[in-house]
Design a protein around this ligand. Structure first.
Ligand code: ATP
Length: 267
């Protein structure tokens, strides 16, 4: 079994709270209301994971299962070039790209190289999403001995399709069973290939819902059991966001503040 890796958000307060960053071989669930910034986190981590370990990354590539059509290459570009110059330079050296970070050609090459390492798959419905998680194992296996092995598996959003398709109390058990199998597959990729698994989840949106706590993530206990790290994301003033660690093994609960900016997530 390989050593557990830590993928940094590059936000000291958050990384400290996480004991160094998002762990490989675990599922991290990020949940929060719409617009809280869950997709911003999956994008930022898709950039950061590719960086060399000295820069907070894991020198790895990404499988990004996109169920709500949220993946934006332009956002990757903004976040990449929002990194500090020395980090960008290290990324160029790592990829043996000639030239300086001010050189347009070199920048284009660097961006293309980052985008190439994010394997995006759109999930059209929950069954397709389950299939893509099975397929993720094959992709991770294919890249296992490459220069950039898969070190991050994102599912954004984990629950949207399930929630839309399995409606009503009568479908709840069925939904949970399918979600459970899906999480098991995701967990397997993380464990077998030493990848961090990051999934997003919305909080129950209807405060008048007949059942369910409006401040609780969709999926209830089963999801709570499977995702080892659970983080609640909440809007604050302006572009500020509160990141709360709710449940983690061997770590105290805590809160950290970050900002969502044009150049990505910042302290
Ligand atoms: P949902 O549940 O609806 O998918 P989410 O939690 O995934 O929402 P995101 O799409 O990650 O939310 O975040 C949207 C927020 O991120 C916007 O409200 C905005 O504040 C911020 N944001 C997105 N893009 C930019 C940008 N280019 N510059 C600055 N802020 C941005």
């Amino acid at each position: 079994r390989e050593r557990i890796g830590k993928l940094e958000w590059l936000i000291p307060e958050v990384d400290e709270m996480l004991g160094g960053g998002v762990e490989t071989q675990s599922i991290t669930e990020v949940y929060g209301e719409f617009g809280a910034g869950k997709s911003q986190i999956t994008h930022q981590l898709s950039v950061n994971v590719q960086l060399p370990p000295e820069q907070g990354g894991l020198g790895g590539s990404v499988i990004f299962i996109d169920s709500e059509d949220t993946f934006r290459p332009e956002r990757i570009e903004e976040m990449l070039f929002g990194l500090e110059d020395d980090v960008l330079q290290a990324a160029m050296d790592q990829r043996e790209i000639e030239g300086s970070i001010d050189d347009e050609e070199a920048r284009d090459e660097l961006l293309q190289s980052f985008l190439d390492k994010i394997h995006v798959a759109k999930a059209f419905n929950s069954n397709h999403q389950i299939l893509l998680a099975e397929k993720a194992q094959e992709i991770a296996s294919e890249y296992e001995d490459s220069e950039f092995p898969v070190r991050l598996l994102c599912v954004d959003s984990l629950t949207a399709h399930f929630r839309a398709e399995y409606v009503g109390r009568g479908e709840l058990a069925n939904r949970q069973q399918k979600l459970n199998k899906h999480l098991h597959d995701l967990d397997r990729v993380g464990n077998l290939y030493n990848a961090a698994v990051v999934v997003t989840n919305q909080v129950q949106s209807n405060p008048d819902a007949f059942f369910g706590d409006p401040t609780k993530p969709i999926g209830g206990n089963i999801l709570g059991h499977k995702s080892t790290f659970r983080m609640y994301l909440r809007k604050s003033k302006g572009n500020k966001r509160i990141v709360k660690l709710v449940d983690a093994p061997n770590l105290p609960d805590g809160e950290a503040v970050m900002r969502v900016t044009g150049e990505g997530l910042k302290p």
